[in-house]
Design a protein around this ligand. Structure first.
Ligand SMILES: N[C@@H](CCC(=O)N[C@@H](CS)C(=O)NCC(=O)O)C(=O)O
Length: 212
């Protein structure tokens, strides 16, 4: 059951899916969609992903896009008993998981992506970051991480005391912003630090952090 990812190995969204594949021991092959060449906007890729972005997953003829939806699918299909998402019949655990996933999507990903655009993508294209914008984004990110620190002072992971994919979803930006862009976002927040050190050290992430 090797799945296919139409993807770009270094992209954050591709690595978000790849880390889950590694957690579940689901083998994948990459059908390269080269973002550097604009292939994501080709007719062939737009037929798979109408928004012209990666990744798209194909599993035995079944196609799906959106990295987080793909991760949920993989856990549902190949990760029964992995604990990476709660059993859907456990309504309260599922609600806490959805809360955690929503926190990542709404309080972390948006600002994280914009910071990564300024501090990683622009320099890689020979452009200078907009310093005023970075300052503004850092105020937002710092206040969000203060809230993370409070949550993580009461529980081990974002959805409770069990690791879920909602935690893993953070890895591409956390790694990019702290270890590649060298932002000082973590050391002053002991609970975020403990959490990131643990999830960032997982063999699944170490295997794909620099390219799926
Ligand atoms: N919400 C989508 C976002 C997909 C996305 O923005 N992918 C980026 C790479 S991380 C991309 O393909 N960018 C190329 C472009 O915007 O043209 C997901 O999670 O899959």
């Amino acid at each position: 059951m090797t799945i296919k990812l139409y993807a770009f190995p270094r992209s954050s969204c591709t690595r978000r899916v790849a880390v889950v594949c590694k957690e579940l021991n689901v083998p994948y092959e990459i059908d390269l969609v080269d973002l550097a060449k604009g292939e994501q906007k080709s007719e062939a890729h737009l037929a798979r992903q109408p928004f012209g972005v990666v990744p798209v997953m194909e599993d035995n003829g079944f196609q799906l896009f959106e990295s987080r939806a793909i991760a949920r699918y993989l856990v549902a299909k190949y990760g029964k008993g992995s604990g990476l998402a709660p059993d859907p019949t456990d309504i309260e655990a599922t609600a806490k998981f959805e809360q955690a996933a929503s926190i990542e999507n709404n309080n972390f990903d948006i600002t994280g992506g914009q910071l990564a655009f300024e501090l990683l993508l622009k320099p890689s294209r020979g452009m200078k970051p907009d310093e005023a914008r970075v300052k503004e984004l850092l105020v937002t990110m710092n206040s969000k991480l203060d809230a993370y620190d409070k949550i993580l002072s009461k529980q081990k992971y974002l959805a409770g005391d069990t690791l879920t994919i909602a935690d893993l979803f953070h890895l591409p930006w956390l790694y990019g912003l702290t270890e590649q862009a060298k932002l000082d976002l973590i050391p002053s927040r002991p609970n975020v630090m403990r959490w990131y050190q643990e999830i960032g050290a997982r063999p699944s992430w170490q295997a794909v952090k620099d390219g799926a």
